[in-house]
Ligand binder design. Structure first.
Ligand SMILES: C[S@@+](CC[C@H](N)C(=O)[O-])C[C@H]1O[C@@H](n2cnc3c(N)ncnc32)[C@H](O)[C@@H]1O
Length: 292
């Protein structure tokens, strides 16, 4: 299978306009968090965050296929002793823009550093917001099944009568469960909490996420040959994982240093320079799996 990886240098807000409508199966990204990492790639003030992000999410909505998914890794920081609310405001505004806020996964950073604060404990989790264009989206649930675990031996041992019939949700959600169906099974569907260490191979970017994160979402929402987009590419984790998993991908990065770092790692076989059309440089990799 021929796999393409395209990377662009520039502001996502502008570069995304070059991508065709309904062309991406999964957007997976971690944008800069409000006011964080000022010393490296700048920060956006929490009060300005939503208005900064909305023009980008508008383009993302356009380029995502109707059955595609947008996975957004984000976390609000503490300002003046309080959590800021910009992530919640962003969710509300994105819904007005036309997105469905389908699910929220939690990334539990199981190896976060020890620390002591006077009024709070260690911050050990980040949000992974799932947005969709339509209620019907591609989801390959069998690809992320997990071993049932020892807990099931005791928890599923003494089932009540209601556990043996389909127990319809009382709130009318249409969900129901028959727990007895799961007795003696080896595998179960996972929860919406992902336990992943923050440890990652890439030390050249201060905010790279672990490869396991995009990998899990790619398994769940895409298949081989699909198109993945990371509009805040950073060190290219999403793109390298996509390539390893035989998915096509596009990455956009505003900082030349990070862009050059990724470019040097993907051994481009074709190089396009769009010098007349602003400063975007597009590197296309045809049929090669990048080597880190
Ligand atoms: C949190 S980091 C992403 C890290 C990435 N997930 C990785 O594993 O390396 C966010 C990245 O977005 C880039 N960025 C910030 N604003 C941008 C914009 N408007 N367009 C494109 N990239 C941007 C930053 O330079 C930074 O590298």
């Amino acid at each position: 299978m021929k796999i393409n990886t395209e990377i662009y240098l520039g502001d996502s807000k502008e570069v995304l306009k070059k991508l065709p409508d309904n062309s991406v199966d999964l957007i997976f990204t971690s944008p800069p968090y409000a006011d964080q990492r000022k010393s490296t790639y700048g920060g956006i003030h929490p009060d300005k965050y939503v208005s900064w992000f909305l023009p980008i999410s508008k383009e993302l909505l356009r380029v995502l296929k109707p059955d595609g998914t947008f996975g957004l890794n984000i976390k609000e920081k503490v300002v003046n002793g309080e959590r800021s609310t910009y992530v919640m405001e962003l969710i509300i505004e994105m819904r007005k823009q036309g997105w469905l806020w389908t699910e929220e996964f939690i990334w539990h950073k199981k190896n976060c550093f020890p620390g002591k604060w006077p009024n709070r404990f260690r911050d050990a989790w980040e949000r992974l917001l799932q947005f969709n264009k339509d209620k019907k989206f591609n989801m390959y649930q069998e690809e992320v099944m997990v071993p049932m675990g020892d807990w099931a031996k005791s928890r599923l041992k003494n089932l009540s009568e209601t556990d043996k019939i389909r127990d319809e949700s009382k709130v009318g959600s249409g969900f129901g469960k028959n727990i007895s169906n799961w007795v003696d099974r080896d595998m179960a569907y996972p929860t919406n909490v992902l336990h992943l260490a923050t440890e990652c191979n890439n030390k050249k970017h201060s905010a790279a996420f672990p490869e396991g994160l995009p990998e899990w979402f790619m398994k769940l929402f895409t298949k081989e040959g699909d198109m993945i987009l990371d509009p805040f590419m950073g060190s290219g984790t999403t793109n390298f994982v996509a390539s390893r998993m035989k998915r096509n991908s596009i990455g956009i990065e505003i900082v030349p240093e990070y862009y050059e770092m990724v470019k040097s790692q993907i051994n481009p076989v074709e190089l396009y320079l769009f010098e007349s059309e602003a400063k975007y440089e597009k590197v296309k990799l045809n049929g090669r799996v990048p080597i880190r």
